[in-house]
Design a protein around this ligand. Structure first.
Ligand code: UDP
Length: 237
């Protein structure tokens, strides 16, 4: 990259180091899903659909003590600059696994033995940060489906760009930066449920990044809560 990623204390898109991209949340956007959510994070646009709890087939996959969670992250072929070949690949299988694990701790699966709760995340447009956008959307969609949860999970990436610790990397920063660290947490209790890292950061940089991510997750949590409350208060009215 010939252009600097940081100039006069500002990033390529003009943001401050600890500034997130704008977020928009819409709850209950799909008629056939039990719960759904549309989530925008800057130029990332994702939709999450939740189905269940419903009986799991084949039966030998059932757990007699709890519901199992299935999570499918999928990127639409038109969601990226260079057409993505449709269907699962190594990246989407990995993202599906870590996203499921990020959400499992809050879902009260013990209430629904022998069932499955299926979460589908479709990426319509991407600009880095789709896994975190997907987790945020899925968390709201689970609540919209009426599934009992211990809290909402909120997620955002932090990273290192031109030696600076920055919040919520866009695609240019992700491609040409030094490190990217997506984090998911239960903001209410400060419990981290997912942390990944691509690149290198020192222990101090990771600590600083986590602090910034924690503050951002708290803000996202408030927005998720408000989106749910506003949908359901409208329905009651
Ligand atoms: N990307 C792409 N083609 C792909 C995979 C990713 O263009 O096949 C882009 C896309 O914009 C994505 C970004 O690279 O958002 C960063 O991808 P990463 O694997 O870091 O996941 P994300 O940040 O989206 O969770």
């Amino acid at each position: 990259m010939e252009q600097p990623l940081i100039k006069d204390g500002r990033r390529v898109d003009g943001r401050a180091f600890d500034e997130m991209r704008p977020i928009r949340i819409e709850v209950g956007v799909l008629k056939r899903a039990d719960g759904s959510c549309y989530f925008e994070l800057g130029d990332n646009k994702v939709i999450a659909a939740v189905y269940g709890p419903r009986e799991l087939h084949p039966r030998h996959y059932q757990d007699a003590k709890r519901a199992i969670i299935q999570y499918r992250y999928n990127m639409a072929p038109f969601s990226v600059d260079e057409r993505k070949r449709p269907g699962p690949d190594r990246r989407s299988i990995e993202i599906s696994k870590v996203s499921r694990e990020a959400l499992e701790p809050v879902i009260m699966t013990e209430f629904y033995p022998r069932t499955t709760i299926d979460i589908f995340v479709e990426v319509l447009q991407s600009d880095a940060g789709t896994r975190t956008a997907g987790i945020n959307a899925a968390s709201v969609a689970l609540a919209d489906a009426g599934i009992p949860m211990r809290g909402l999970v909120s997620a955002i990436a932090v990273g290192k760009v031109d030696g600076e610790i920055v919040l919520d990397l866009n695609a240019i920063e992700d491609n040409y930066g030094d490190a990217d660290m997506p984090v998911a947490m239960i903001a209410k209790t400060n419990t981290i449920t997912m942390i990944q890292m691509d690149g290198k950061m020192t222990r101090e940089e990771i600590q600083k990044g986590l602090e910034i991510a924690k503050n951002a997750c708290r803000k996202i949590y408030q927005m998720q809560r408000e989106a749910l409350i506003s949908k359901y208060s409208e329905e009651i009215e």
